[in-house]
Design a protein around this ligand. Structure first.
Ligand code: PLP
Length: 627
């Protein structure tokens, strides 16, 4: 449990069972329902779904929606807050239809709405956000068409709020509204002076990409008043960054935003909503700290700070409590999905062992190297031996290039070098102090486990911004993991690797995993991939979307679960078509070549047909490696 910190990042959903398998409790309100990951693996195999697979636990989505809304309801009641909470889910965080549908459905009892930041997303939320009281919040840069779609939403009776991100949008919105004679509901986004802390801190402050300055907000209110649309300005929005690591930035933003709301009220604008944006963090590394991949607060504390923070400013200023809106995406979705891959093999720096037996007339360097290795078991000068063997290895390489030693001699020297490194590493625990060089040896010696996935498709942020995602084996966790590994993917790109892990003492370069056994598959899971990772991946090396299974718990038998839906990932034809190829004509071209070979008598007809079928099957098949 300690080794992988599962309980600490698991948010109550994941833990290690007494049988050593990972267990999932998909709904926090039903703690008795526990699913063994091994049964999930079995079920996936039974359905004939090829790995790698994205597993979605729909109950986790429902659970997170309930958790956030219940927390707001409870604090609103306790604080005697006069407004309501009307949260929205920002669809950009995971736009998958099944995810949006599930969240909208789970949010029905809470009038939980949706947020869109582009025209495609707006078209989606107009169709899917059907609850009469739920809000539709529109962020992002907008054009005339965007404004007209928003006004169509008003015509459809929806509570669509257009958040003005830059001043010219206001002019466009007023123009479109007057032309169509439809009253919009308008929000203004403040640039805010307070900045978040963490990887997304540039979302706030003077250089923020979005939002109006204080002067622009006042001018906007006056402009609307002059155009008889003062009554349309209803919402103040701010968003100071995703994954806010420090609760102090939340408190500061709420205090500043509360003041702006109060001032607008004092100006006579009948504002009804304060929207605190996203930013509610996820504890990816289980440290509960202000590290970039964590946060030093809980969801409950966040909600309390928003409710009490706005209440206190309003009470001091003598203005009514506004309805509260938040746009949490990451916290709603991160836990619900994971990527499961079998380990396809092991890559070690030392490679295969070579027979190093003494041969008459061998080069002096080889003798020196052998001597050091023989000294090792009883030596106490480990660093000195390490320095010597490293130097001999380097000299051997030069000697090989100068044609002084043969390739066979070099292979022997390299084998002896790696053997001595392994022996030194095994004896490091005897030392009171481990010098830096010897500590690095651990990483150099570690294995690389080959995962059947593309980091660029399934965990883009680990590559792009060093985001940490927890990785754990799904079984055998009651066995001591003795292989220190980093993970490499199957793309032809050296960046396609994961070498930052959640360990028991914080972040580590390697992850202890279990030795691979012949004839037995070993699966690992990449967790907390439900926010952004699921939908931001690219097609590097033409590895497309993964097969997905959607898991639900059975209401009639809460001990059981079932795969409700299998969504097939990309076939080779799919990804080629996206890149403008024509797979049918490619197959025809290959067939034409084979037909010629058959006609020339170079291939037997039966064999030729088999090759053509094989090519076509591969086009129709999955882009990932087959076992
Ligand atoms: N709202 C806006 C305007 C955003 O830009 C974002 C993301 O950065 C979000 C909401 C979602 O934030 P989070 O995923 O941190 O909840």
């Amino acid at each position: 449990e300690q080794l992988y910190r599962v309980k600490r990042w698991g948010g109550g959903y994941f833990e290690i069972g007494s049988n050593g398998n990972l267990q999932v409790t998909p709904h926090l309100k039903n703690p008795n329902v526990r699913i063994d990951f091994n049964s999930v693996l079995e079920e996936i195999k039974e359905e004939g779904v090829q790995f790698p697979v994205v597993v979605r636990f729909h109950d986790i989505l429902r659970s997170q929606v309930a958790l956030l809304n219940d927390a707001f309801r409870q604090h609103i009641q306790e604080a005697e807050y006069q407004g309501q909470y009307l949260g929205v889910y920002p669809v950009k965080v995971n736009q998958m239809r099944e995810v949006v549908e599930e969240i909208a459905d789970a949010g029905q009892p809470y009038s939980y709405g949706l947020e869109a930041g582009s025209k495609a997303e707006l078209l989606t939320v107009l169709a899917y956000n059907t609850h009469a009281d739920a809000l539709t919040i529109l962020n992002g840069y907008k054009d005339e068409e965007f404004m007209k779609l928003a006004l169509l939403g008003r015509k459809m009776g929806r509570k669509v709020i257009v958040v003005v991100e830059k001043y010219s949008e206001l002019l466009q919105l007023v123009k479109s509204a007057q032309e169509l004679n439809i009253d919009p509901i308008i929000g203004v986004r403040s640039k805010m002076t307070v900045k978040g802390r963490g990887k997304w801190e540039s979302s706030g402050g003077d250089r923020a990409k979005f939002g109006l300055t204080n002067a622009e907000i006042i001018n906007a209110a006056r402009y609307l008043e002059q155009h008889n649309m003062g009554h349309c300005l209803k919402l103040l929005h701010f968003h100071i960054g995703s994954q806010l690591t420090d609760i102090r930035s939340v408190k500061e933003a709420v205090a500043e935003g509360g003041r702006i709301y109060a001032e607008l009220r004092h100006m006579g604008v009948e504002m009804e909503y304060v929207d605190v944006g996203g930013g509610l963090g996820v504890d990816y590394d289980g440290s509960q700290s202000t590290s970039d991949s964590s946060r030093n607060y809980s969801m409950d504390e966040y909600v309390a700070d928003v409710v009490y923070g706005i209440r206190d400013v309003c009470d001091l200023e003598g203005v009514p409590h506004p309805n509260l809106v938040s746009e949490s995406g990451r916290a709603m979705t991160a836990h619900h999905s994971c990527v499961i891959t079998p380990i396809m093999g092991e890559v070690t720096a030392s490679g295969m062992d070579f027979d190093t037996t003494y041969r008459e007339g061998e080069h002096w360097l080889l003798g020196q190297m052998r001597e050091q290795v023989e000294l090792l078991p009883s030596a106490d000068n480990l660093q000195e031996i390490f320095n010597d063997v490293s130097q001999y290895k380097e000299q051997a390489l030069d000697a090989f290039k100068l044609r002084v030693i043969s390739m066979e001699e070099l292979a022997k020297i390299e084998t002896l070098y790696w053997r001595s490194c392994r022996q030194i590493s095994a004896r490091l625990k005897e030392l009171d102090f481990i010098p830096e060089e010897l500590r690095e040896l651990e990483v150099g010696l570690s294995s690389q486990y080959l995962c059947n996935l593309s980091v660029f498709q399934s965990a883009a942020d680990t590559w792009a911004i060093d985001q940490v995602l927890p990785v754990v084996p799904l079984t055998r966790m009651n066995e001591r993991p003795t292989v220190n590994c980093s993970l490499v993917d199957i793309t032809c790109d050296s960046d396609g690797k994961i070498d930052q892990f959640v360990g028991n003492e914080g972040l580590t370069d390697t992850l202890p995993l279990h030795p691979l056994k012949d004839g037995e598959e070993y699966y690992i899971g990449l967790f907390l991939t439900g926010a952004y990772q699921d939908v931001m991946g690219d097609m590097h090396n033409l590895f497309g979307r993964l097969n997905e299974v959607h898991i639900f718990t059975d209401d009639d038998d809460p001990k059981d679960f079932y795969i409700e839906e299998v969504v097939r990932g990309s076939s080779v034809s799919d990804v080629l078509s996206i890149m403008q190829y024509n797979p049918d004509s490619m197959a025809t071209d290959v067939k034409r070549v084979i037909d010629k070979l058959i006609a020339a008598g170079d291939i037997r007809p039966r064999e030729g047909v088999k090759w053509i079928d094989f090519y076509e099957d591969c086009l129709a098949g999955y882009t990932y490696l087959k076992r």
